[in-house]
Design a protein around this ligand. Sequence first.
Ligand SMILES: Cc1ncc(COP(=O)(O)O)c(C=O)c1O
Length: 372
Amino acid sequence: MYLAHAAISPASSYVRAAVAQVLHDYARRGVEAFGPWNEQRSRLRANLAQLIGAHAEDVALEPNTTRGLGDVALAIDWRRGERIVGFAGEFPTNVSPWQRAAQTFDLDLVLLPLTPWHESSEAGLDALERELSRGARLVTVSAVQFQTGLRMPLGRIGALCERYGAELAVDAIQACGATPIDVEADRIDYLACGGHKWLMGLEGSGFLWARQARAARLVPRTTGWLSHEGALKMLLEGPGHLAYDLPLLRSARVFEGGALGAMSFAALGASVTALLGLGVSAIRAHLDLYLDRLERGLVARGWRSLRSADAERRSGILAVLPPHGVDAVTTQRELAVRGVVCSVPDGHLRFAPHWPNSLDEVERVLRHLDRV
Ligand SMILES: Cc1ncc(COP(=O)(O)O)c(C=O)c1O
């Protein structure tokens, strides 16, 4: 029973088939395979855009969340002394790139505690508003918190940012694929996401989306041959297209730069097609039923659930803390020996099923827990 999709999804049969197909194709045809798989990546950008309510031309394929956020953090046209607001307690992916930007451009990075958000969205929003009223250029937040599974009220955070003239960046890796996200409704400016968790692809695949108007103002600190308009023409359309003064793309795609990982994006293409076929809302409803049952069983055994009582603030993650005398790390290891795979980020026992998990297995998970 696999309950660690918030860490790494296991490769599904359709992911394995897609990777095998790329390998076979490149083994047989080499450069002739480039065209069809380049097309596949265009369809993937469109499908990823659909998943977040965006347009395909604003989506860039990136190897992971870190690179997506880092590219943005170093490309914003910062002015010295501007302030970035983030949160202490988030996964370091959403802190490190902003620390780097703060050092490089002489900015102030403020990390607010996540504690008020666990009390209520209102308490969190009040604290954020106090900070915004002092002036901030950008707020950066995870759509879902990796330790507790708390779903952040992005729409309300986005509205607050808009009111105070701040940009909003989102680390979406713990949401995208299992928890609905909409860049327009949530008024997001930049969104980065890795493909190996809820999107069910492989490590080394992810994406970055940037709102058109914001992307047009970015100053990329690194570029490559594919960062330019019409870059492929010189390889496909005969003589006269080799040039070094082609304009830079004015979208997130400026960061793609060079050749992409054909296998990891073929994998992501296969998994995202399946997710869109099922629909994120249906997946979400299934996960709610699964986690409701599991949570009831865990609480009855003395574990403390960190899942919000408010349905709007829940995600695909159920994190619990152990009863007195029980160690979460030992429990996780012993469950793994028995074939129940979950994870323990920072000592929280974290269960993260996805659509292939069947509701029947919950009783078996709890029986294994009783034995360990
Ligand atoms: C909230 C969050 N962001 C980012 C990551 C990982 O980032 P990346 O895709 O850069 O490896 C994780 C987990 O690995 C995470 O939980």
